[in-house]
Write a protein that binds this ligand. Sequence first.
Ligand code: SF4
Ligand code: SF4
Length: 400
Amino acid sequence: MQTQLPQSVLATADGRRADEILRACVHCGFCNATCPTYLLTGDELDGPRGRIYLIKDMLESDSPTTVARDHLDRCLTCRACETTCPSGVAYGELAEIGRNFVEARQPRALTERFVRGWLVRVLPAPNRLAFFARLGRLFRWMLPDYLARAVPQIRRAAPPVALKNHARRVVVLDGCVQRSTTPQVNAALARVLDAAGVKAIRASGEGCCGSLELHLGQQARARATIRANVDALYTAAADAEAIISTASGCGVTVKDYGRLLADDPLYAERARWISDHACDAAEYLARIDAPIGKADSATTVAWHSPCTLQHGQRVGGVVERLLERAGYQLVPVADRHLCCGSAGTYSVLQHELGDELRRQKLASLTANRPDVIVTANVGCQLHLRDGTDIPVRHWLELLG
Ligand code: SF4
Ligand code: SF4
């Protein structure tokens, strides 16, 4: 693709990177075939190729447009288009640049600013989230249906299990929403690691990974969050083998810390070190060939691979092999590459599209009547759980 970005844009690191990404696109449109929003709306501007053109036009004119922002808002950042693209276009990075460009120059309406500001302040803060979730459940009857269903149930952290003090250690990320809503997942991982002779430790001061702020185009806030996490993780992980995430939505961002802080003279090196040591729980358990206990072989499982695992981290087949080693029977699932509609705050901010994607995803996952649906990200788990009576769990809960 030919580009004519003005000097004012090319003078910035984001502008130069956007130019590089845009030039890699040959506008073939293959990516549209796997884009969930394009498949739903049939609108070229709701597909990756159309969004790429919108970002290009915006950067070439050096002025943001509400049309571009609306279509970027409707993008899930699932990155299925990246997996499909034969030219290796880094769409996720380009969308991030496009979003930051609009957010910095075009103020949103007051109500939108309020909702987005509230999400960014409440979701990553466990105490605030617990307060508002309890309040929300109390007054559920007053909320619109999509919000009433989205209010999470807060769970107490599982009581600490007496685990051995192994010499081999890994740092396990607590995250933010997962810490409050599904703390049993990290407890299950700690037990699996213990059986493998590895101690799971926490990083004091670790908080939200920053993905929420990145998705909402709040770049400065995200960078501050990431720097605080780098401080916490770098100290804690000094004698650890790996930094493990059990939420693929967090893992994909932590793996990207090196790129996100590459221009920060104080943090670049440590951020890269953290990215190099970050991995998903499945990658680590497969790497150390962890012993996996045998399960009830009659249990059938439908596996939903989050976009952040299959497209963002390009980790494919690993969880499936661990579950099969444990003796579970995996049922076939159609359209495995498509997003479930959770996508961070997408299920709230774009609830109509998010609800429809969940309906379609659950139709695929339940077609073969599994006993349980499993996934690898807290967002997908909570979103899918609200739409079915079949239990939706994290895959680690089946092993630990
Ligand atoms: S992003 Fe890739 S698949 Fe999509 S139009 Fe550009 S080159 Fe083709
Ligand atoms: S990230 Fe997902 S929703 Fe966004 S353009 Fe790519 S495939 Fe479509």
